[in-house]
Structures are given as C-alpha cells and as structure tokens.
Design a protein around this ligand. Sequence first.
Ligand SMILES: *Cc1c(COP(=O)(O)O)cnc(C)c1O
Length: 225
Amino acid sequence: MISDRLERVRSQITQAEINYHRKPGSVLLLAVSKTKPAEAIAAAYRAGQRHFGENYCQEALQKQQALGAFDITWHFIGPIQSNKTKALAAHFDWVHSVDSFKIAQRLSTQRLDSLQPLNICLQVNISSESSKSGVSLDELPDLCEQIAELPRLRLRGVMAIPSPEQDFEQQRLPYRRLYNAVDQLARPQLDTFSIGMSDDLEAAIAEGSTMVRVGTALFGARSYG
Ligand SMILES: *Cc1c(COP(=O)(O)O)cnc(C)c1O
C-alpha cells in the first residue's frame, strides 16, 4: 500500500531529523513517480503527498493532464534537452537538473509571465566518475553568479546524484563536500539541497538535505528508468 510506504518514509525522515539535529519539518519529501502511472500519483496524493518529481518531459505532461484537478507541485529532475525547455518552463514549478547557463537562459526566456519565477537547482557532479552529468564544484561559483541575474528564474540551490555506496560514512562524504562548497558561496537565497534518494536519505539528511527525492521506497521497483 502506497499510504503505508509513505508513512514509513515520512517517519524515516522525521527520525533522521531528530538524530542529526535538524529542525523538525526541514526536509521535504519529493515523491519520484517516473515510470509509474497517474493512478499511483493519485493514491499518494490521497495519502497527503503534494510534491512529485518526474524525469521524462512527455511522460510528465501526460500525467499532469490526467491529474489536472489535483493541487500538485511538479518538479522536473531528469536530464534536460534544449528542445524541451519551453515545455518545462510552462508546466513545472521546479527544475532540479539545470547544468548550463544556456539551459538556464532558455528556461528564463520561456517562463510564462503569468507564472511565478521558475525555481531551479543546479545539478552538481560530486562523484569521482566523470560520466555523470552536472557541473563541477569548481564551476559552481561563476555559474551561480550568472544564473542569479536571470529575471524569470529563482535559483534555490543544488541537486546531486552521487554514485551509489553501501557504507553510511561513504554516502555522507560527497554530500558534505557539496554542503561546504555551497556554504562558501555565502548566498542566503540558496536554501535548497536536493540530495538523498531511497537508499541514502539518512546520510543526505545528516549532511543538510532539505529535499529528498524518493522513488523506489514509495512506489516499488521500476521496470525502466
Ligand atoms: C529515479 C530518481 C530518483 C529516485 O531514486 P530511488 O532510488 O528510486 O529513490 C531520485 N532522483 C533522481 C534524479 C532520479 O532520477
């Protein structure tokens, strides 16, 4: 049952907030519903979940249409192709996976005037392998400065997907590096750390996560994506 799984993940978050001296309620649960049908989102919604994350633009737009009557905050967390920025700017409240000035500029230009500025996070590559997408920690300061000037965006923080680790302390290390790098930027507007997934949300909360992106633990295993 999705409501039981939600309950379990919520209490896991609450417990981690207590264990790591985080303010109660400071970590938002983003339900990652990629590859799952609109009915699964509706079931989670009825159990009180409001923030949902999607990775594929077309798939997300179809579900948004099916769920038009629901008061959902939609987050895009997948790789961004430049021919999709217009749809993203029109149909999402947040985009977590911005990794270039060019993409940010397009999103700003294409954000509808009738909507609030688009909340964005910069995706940062904090793993040692070079295959993952995202900007490096070295590139972060300049990119933040440039993007902060774009009128129709609100730069909120960073998102990261580290390479999977089993060991708790190993899970914490890249998140700590990221936290320290953002801390050094000394930009109070950056209030969002979109870090932590089903298997490492406790480590992410220990290191300052304000938003955990949880798919499998809520909706079960995926057959693709
Ligand atoms: C799929 C996905 C998640 C959710 O991962 P789980 O391990 O299923 O919790 C989180 N973030 C991103 C960017 C994803 O693509």
